[in-house]
Structures are given as C-alpha cells and as structure tokens.
Design a protein around this ligand. Structure first.
Ligand code: 9PG
Length: 446
C-alpha cells in the first residue's frame, strides 16, 4: 500500500461486540468480521500470498485490510462502511487499526464512507444493492445444477470416470443439469486444446453427455500459462512480463497477456472450440492472475485487462452459456459472470493444512462463505463450492447444511462425489442440494 490517508474514525462503543469486516481480494481470500482482539488471517508463505491474497498489496502486520471494502461495527450495530468509489477502475486497499478506543480507517485510493445502523450483514447487503446498480449488473438468472469431477478425482480424472458417473446419475435419477469436467483433461496448464493421456476425445464425451439429456461443462484456468506448457515455449510474447501467478502443479505459472491481440485471439479460440464441442458451462479458474501488475503489450491497467478477459470469454461462449468465476477478484467481476465462487475450496477434510484459511477444508470454506452471504442474488449466483456427501467426507453434515443454505436460495447447486459411494444419507443430501430453487438474497439490506 502506498500513500494512504485517513478516511474515518470510529469511536468504539462496546469493545467486546465491535467487529471489522475485511473483504478479501479473490474467491479464496479469507474474509470474515474480526473481533478487535483478533488478527487477520495472513498468508503462510510467499506462494500462498500470491495464490490466496492480493499479491500487489500485502496485509499490514497490525490491524486489518479489506480490498475495496471494509466495514466497522462500533459494537452497538452502528456501522461505518468504507468502499472504493469505482471498483471497475481501482480497488483501494482499506486498512483499519484499533488504538485507544478508536478504530482509524485509512485508504490508498478514492473511497466513500457511509453510516447506518443494523449490523454488518445488512449494511453489506445494502451496499451490494447499490454497487450492482452502479455497474449495471444484470439481475442474476437461475443457474443449472451440476456434478463436478474435482472433489473426488482431482487431477487424476479419466474419461471413464465421467462415463461411470453419467450412468450413475441416470440410474439414481439425480436432477443434474450439467456434467462438469474439472482440471485433469488437459496436457498442461495453458495447453487447453491438447489432452492428457486419460482422455481420448472431448468432442465424443460432450456428445455422450448431451445424448443422455444433460448439458456439459468444462474447467479452465484461461489466464494461466504454465512454464511447462507449449504456449509458454512458443509464445513468450503472449505473457505478462514480470508477472508471477504462483507455483502450482509443479510449475511456475505465467499470466496470459490478453492485451496482446494474438493472445486474445488464442483465448477466444479456446472457448469457441469448447463451445463448438457442445460445452455451455465454463468454470474459469485462477482468474486472480489476470489482475496481477506487470508489463503488458497494451496500456490497460491490470483491472481493466482482467475485465477485458471476462468480456472476451463471454463473447466467445455466448449469452446462453453459463460463466462461473473462481479464484477471481470479486468486486471487479460484478456484472461480468453468471456465478462466482465466494470461498476457498472445500475438501473431504475439516481442517485446512497448516491452519491456512485459504486451503481446502470445510472450516475455511464455511468461514468465508458465511461472511459473503450478502453477495448472493445481488452480484451473481454465489457458489459456496460443491457438496461432498460420501461417508468418508469429514463433517459431511455440517458441510451439507452450509451448501443447502445457499442451494435453497438458488445458490450454485453442485455435487462432487463418486456417486456410487453415496449411502442413503449422502444420497438424500445430494437430492436436496440439486433440487431447483429461485434465486433470492440470503441477507436483507438495511
Ligand atoms: C482445480 C481446482 C478446482 C477447484 C478450484 C481450484 O493453491 N491454491 O490456493 C488453490 C486454491 C484452489 C484450488 C487450487 C489451488 O482449486 O477452486 O474447485 O477447480 O482449482 O485445480
């Protein structure tokens, strides 16, 4: 954070009840309303800082930092909400520090400060209504139900796994609208149109799903280019210079520079190709990468370049397709996606690795998923992440209850178990989550 100025001071009324809601940068960034004696969740190492937080705006050692949005409850429900004034251009980092009975708020960019009463969730909901209006976001349309390969098969998914589950959803008569293939089909991150050895033909797979009367979806991380990919080797000029999107899948990850016309054409080709195969749900992941500063071919700001990437994807897949953002800067995405992951990944484990609240776990996903209930039905259809209901999934009841809260309000309804593994209890929760529901906000605005 560079030159910050003081924008608000809040006199604490009740130190035990006072809270600071610090909005995290992207889908996986820990977000919650902290007590004054709690420290913010920090990255556990440098790679986690890139992949789970805002890489260009490190958190302060003391106090709290929200990206574009921070809310203080003085302890009696009196609210001071501080938010960036044009989040499509710049997202200020907003800091709060507790000193001698006061919370002092500073920001490194233009913000507006509003006061209200009635607590943090209602204030967030009211602000979200305004923000959605300001960016002319369309009213979120109902999203299809899904089955996703990730939380059972991870990168080891094979074409035969897809067929097995396709048959199982028929046999069990499950209301799955879209069968979504996740990470693992591609030869390398960035080489989206080349298959891994476990897949023979996506065209044929998509046709089999559609012949079974369902729709078909696919995962990409369209703005990442692995150092091990063919695209990186052949087109170094398509990469954002000096931008590091983290180390994952055993490789350093570069960023596709969509301000380069050839790179933009490649992005379009990837999505028109998948659309041509019959895919019509696109989970676009690791999208934070597109907003990392660096040397770009064009003169767009990182956030403008990121938003342009979302527009290119939409133009390629058409209005009829569903675009599901993930690992994405949230506030700059409003109005440009149909659905959005609003929390870190779930997993078959309750506790995150090293206590790191960006890491896959029931606990981390619920923490952030609850703090962001205000977004659902206003910005988009929120995705709390998939239901895991197989007996071996830890705390499946607690996780099921969280997913069901979203599902009943028309949040993204997705299952991600090998369906054969479901017992009666797991099957009942799966059916409940997949049941159609109208999109309605989870929190009322003040
Ligand atoms: C596929 C997966 C699934 C999953 C996504 C995303 O290192 N990280 O911080 C990190 C966070 C999330 C993550 C992977 C890595 O999972 O959320 O649903 O699609 O990618 O690789």
């Amino acid at each position: 954070m560079t030159t910050a100025s003081e924008v608000a001071t809040v006199a604490v009324v009740d130190a035990g009840a006072a809270r600071v809601h610090a909005e995290g940068w992207q889908s996986w960034s820990p977000t919650t309303a902290y007590r004054l004696d709690q420290t913010q969740h920090h990255p556990t190492d440098a790679n986690r800082a890139v992949m789970g937080f805002r890489p260009d705006s490190p958190l302060p050692e003391e106090g709290w930092q929200g990206e574009g949005l921070l809310v203080v409850d003085a302890g009696d429900g009196t609210i001071t909400l501080v938010a960036g004034v044009d989040l499509t251009e710049t997202v200020p980092s907003i800091r709060a520090l507790h000193r001698d009975g006061r919370v002092v708020v500073t920001a490194d960019g233009p913000v507006a400060v509003t006061s209200s009463s009635g607590g943090i969730p209602a204030a967030l909901a009211g602000w979200a209504d305004e923000h959605a209006r300001a960016v002319a976001a369309p009213v979120p349309r109902a999203a299809p139900s899904m089955w996703c390969s990730w939380y059972q098969y991870f990168t080891g998914v094979a074409e035969s796994d897809m067929d097995e589950n396709l048959a199982a959803m028929d046999r069990l008569d499950l209301a799955v609208d879209v069968v979504q293939l996740d990470d693992g089909y591609q030869s390398e991150i960035g080489d989206w149109l080349t298959l891994s050895g476990r897949f023979a033909s996506l065209t044929d797979l998509a046709a089999r799903v559609r012949d079974a009367g369902r729709r078909v979806g696919i995962w990409t991380a369209p703005l990442l280019v692995s150092a091990g990919s063919q695209v990186a080797a052949e087109h170094p000029d398509w990469l954002v210079q000096g931008a590091h999107a983290g180390h994952h899948w055993d490789h350093d990850q570069h960023v596709l520079d969509i301000t380069h016309p050839e790179a933009a054409a490649w992005l379009t080709e990837v999505f028109t190709t998948f659309r041509g195969m019959g895919f019509d749900l696109f989970k676009i992941d690791f999208m934070y990468s597109g907003a990392i500063p660096g040397g770009r071919h064009g003169d767009a700001s990182p956030i403008a370049a990121y938003r342009e990437a979302l527009r290119l994807v939409r133009a390629a897949v058409g209005e009829e397709s569903v675009v599901l953002g993930c690992g994405a800067p949230l506030l700059p995405s409003v109005g440009l996606v149909d659905a959005m992951r609003i929390s870190p990944d779930t997993g078959p484990n309750t506790e995150p690795r090293h206590g790191d609240m960006t890491q896959p776990s029931v606990r981390a996903a619920i923490l952030t998923g609850e703090a962001r209930t205000y977004q659902h039905g206003r910005f988009w259809v929120s995705d709390p992440d998939c239901l895991l209901a197989r007996p071996e999934a830890e705390d499946r009841q607690m996780w099921g209850a969280h997913v069901l809260d979203y599902a009943r309000a028309g949040g993204l309804r997705a299952s991600s178990d090998r369906l054969e593994l479901l017992d009666e209890t797991g099957l009942a929760t799966t059916r409940a989550v997949l049941a159609p529901a109208a999109v309605t906000p989870l929190v009322a605005a003040s």
